[in-house]
Design a protein around this ligand. Structure first.
Ligand SMILES: [Zn+2]
Length: 283
């Protein structure tokens, strides 16, 4: 039964199986070490009859059927972004398929962009959720003002966490970006690019992958054409200087671990961005 190790029960279970086995399958699923990473613990042998029964019920063991099962496992979060899939040999045994079929399955998933392969280490999930694939559409729908509202929802908390968790190396990276921001002069595009980077670094310092993911989407929206047009009106040399004073204040609050000031300053930064945007819209 060694070959079962590391495989998730979800691979074997169809809707019909759940109907037939009901809660027992869920019980097995809960007991299996389902982290999706390399698993070392063997499932309880008493559960394997259900396991095998479910496996036998898989009518179609062709590449497209197996691809569909794995695709579903990835899309429904059985395997998360960055998780390693079981080895080719294990998948072949689990699905009762030839290794060449499994290779074709992994080729399919790679072409769909759902996994990537690292030579010598294995196959990894590359799927951050449906939102990541639709962010382009979201960016097309939201206005610059809505973008700032979203930043208000995320940035004060991420800055609070950054003040707590930022390492010396993080602070050095922020300082480098700050120097680039302050060296932008009147170059609006350079300022905008390094400004995005500055705020993304703050997100990374939160040490919360979901906040980083959200912020990457916010940055994607910032490159939207509507915002690009507003940027040209808003970013006068004086305004660039004022924004950079705020950036430096935020950086210094982080170096002092001054959570209250850091949060207050990022809020002032966003209030200013909103006021400038509203002012520019009414001109
Ligand atoms: Zn900024």
């Amino acid at each position: 039964m060694q070959d079962k190790i590391g495989l998730k029960v979800a691979f074997y279970v169809t809707q019909a199986d759940i109907g037939r086995f009901g809660g027992r399958i869920r019980t097995v699923a809960n007991r299996l070490p389902c982290t999706g990473r390399t698993l070392l613990q063997e499932p309880d042998i008493s559960d394997l009859d259900i396991y095998d029964e479910a496996l036998r019920s898989t009518a179609n063991k062709g590449a497209s059927a197996i691809t569909a099962r794995l695709r579903r496992a990835i899309e429904t979060g059985v395997y998360s972004d960055g998780d390693q899939l079981p080895a080719e040999r294990q998948l072949a045994t689990a699905f009762g398929a030839a290794r060449s079929t499994i290779r074709k399955v992994l080729d399919n998933l790679e072409q769909e962009g759902l996994v990537y392969r690292r030579v010598g280490s294995g196959t990894f999930v590359n799927y951050a959720g449906p939102l990541a694939n639709t962010v382009g559409d979201v960016s097309d729908l939201i206005s610059p003002l809505q973008l700032i509202e979203a930043r208000f929802a995320v940035e004060p908390t991420m800055t609070r966490l950054a003040a707590i968790h930022a390492t010396r190396r993080d602070l050095d990276s922020i300082e480098d970006v700050l120097a680039r921001l302050e060296g932008c002069g009147n170059d609006k595009n350079a300022f905008s690019r390094w400004d995005s980077e500055f705020h993304l670094l703050l997100a990374r310092c939160s040490r919360n992958p979901l906040i980083v993911h959200l912020y990457q989407q916010i940055n994607d929206a910032r490159s939207h054409a509507q915002w690009a047009a507003m940027k040209d009106i808003i970013l006068t040399p004086d305004q660039i200087g004022a924004y950079n004073n705020q950036h430096r204040g935020i950086y210094e609050a982080l170096t002092r671990r001054d959570v209250t000031s850091a949060v207050q300053l990022i809020e002032e930064h966003l209030h200013k961005a909103r006021a400038d945007l509203v002012g520019a819209s009414s001109d």
